[in-house]
Design a binder for this molecule. Structure first.
Ligand code: DSN
Length: 403
């Protein structure tokens, strides 16, 4: 089929379904336009005013705008805006701070970490010796005393904090104390919560961590990509580790999209949006709990929640497929201590960034929670599924995706 037709079909799919995937969002038309612009034609290896090819008078200004906006938004001393995405950004940070074989302490994937935090299938685990902490099995929360103990035993050169599936506030100050006490660098991977950090809805790690990285397409609502923030003294190391360390020519088109998203995130309307993302997630968690569903960690402080399905007769994979049948898109997810496999785990992860961009607030979230609980409890009941699909359709029409 023609690619253009497939793009149209994807636009229809996005309009006709509700994305509760915690890492997805809708980039604005302005961002999509610059990412698809002539800027993709230009090679610009190097950094502004220090490039390897000619013809950079325009793209230098674009990269400088993105750097300025990143520093302003997060109050950082230095920003590198060239990372292609989250995993390359993490690899670049490791490349800057570590020697091959060094020890790193990070959150395990099954407890909410990320593949690039040293999972066995990731290159990061081949290059460095990762040791993993998790959440406390009773509370589902980060256990800072346990992390400190592990740091003392394993003496990592780097501690990574930040997660893809942790719904509670991360205490960056505590992580920093542990890192300082054990002589480790601290990297905060705020890919999921960056939009909330930018808007003051989650404490910022910038003054506590040596390096902070984030993707730009999740709660930040920008183009797919990443940025790295650090203290001035690490600036040269980080820049060299990104280019020429692990990347070639920067994607200037994406950097232009990042600049717009980082500028947009400084506006009052973005701050209102981020506040609503959290309110919506809290409402979703409490409504699901009222319906008897188990929410890991007891609730949420951010944009996401993990539902533990082990008390229902449905697995994560089945839940993902059944919800998709009614137009609700989620992802199956391991829950802490999961006895099932990542391909069919015991949980699902739900997030509110995308539906909040569509304009949904607490009343709609309550409707959505009722549908989700109904579907998860009655996955075989055709009447329940048909009714749920009808309501989702109405919500999709009433809250269109941004043009
Ligand atoms: N795939 C992203 C997420 O869903 O959290 C992380 O890379």
């Amino acid at each position: 089929m023609e690619i253009k037709k497939l793009v149209k079909l994807e636009a229809i799919r996005e309009q006709d379904t509700l994305s509760l995937i915690a890492s997805e969002n809708y980039a604005s038309k302005e961002i999509r336009e610059v990412v698809g612009s002539v800027l993709m034609n230009k090679y610009a290896e190097g950094y502004p005013n220090k490039r390897y090819y000619g013809g950079n008078e325009v793209v230098d200004k674009i990269e400088q705008e993105a750097i300025k906006a990143a520093k302003e938004l997060f109050g950082a001393e230095h920003a590198n805006v060239q990372s292609y995405s989250g995993t390359p950004a993490n690899l670049a940070v490791y490349n800057a701070l570590l020697n091959l074989g060094d020890t790193v302490l990070a959150m395990g994937l099954a407890h909410g970490g990320h593949l690039s935090h040293g999972h066995k299938v990731s290159f990061s685990s081949k290059a460095y010796k990762f040791v993993h902490y998790g959440v406390n099995s009773e509370t589902g929360l980060l256990d800072y005393a346990e992390i400190r103990k592990m740091a003392r035993i394993f003496k990592p050169k780097l501690i990574v904090c930040g997660a893809t599936a942790y719904s509670r506030t991360i205490n960056f100050q505590e992580f920093s104390k542990i890192a300082r006490a054990t002589g480790a660098y601290l990297l905060a991977d705020i890919s999921h919560i960056a939009g909330l950090v930018a808007a003051g809805e989650h404490p910022s790690p910038v003054k506590y961590a040596d390096v902070v990285m984030t993707t730009t397409h999740k709660t930040l609502r920008g183009p797919r990509g990443a940025i790295i923030l650090c203290k001035k003294e690490l600036a040269e190391k980080i820049d060299k580790a990104v280019f020429p360390g692990i990347q070639g020519g920067p994607h200037i088109n994406t950097i232009a999209g990042k600049a717009i998203c980082l500028q947009d995130a400084q506006t009052t309307s973005f701050k209102k949006y981020a506040k609503q993302v959290v309110k919506n997630a809290k409402t979703l968690a409490s409504e699901l709990q009222k319906s008897g569903l188990k929410v890991c960690g007891g609730g949420t402080d951010n944009h996401l929640l993990l539902v533990d399905l082990s008390n229902l007769s449905i697995t994560g994979k089945e839940a993902e497929a059944t919800l998709e049948q009614v137009g609700i898109i989620v992802n199956k997810n391991m829950i802490p201590g999961d006895v099932r496999s990542p391909l069919d785990p015991s949980g699902i992860r739900l997030g509110t960034p995308a539906i909040t961009t569509r304009g949904m607030k607490e009343p709609e979230i309550k409707i959505l929670a009722e549908i989700i609980a109904g579907v998860l409890k009655n996955p075989q009941n055709k009447t329940v599924l048909l009714e749920a699909a009808k309501i989702v359709k109405k919500l999709c029409r009433k809250f269109p995706v941004p043009k």
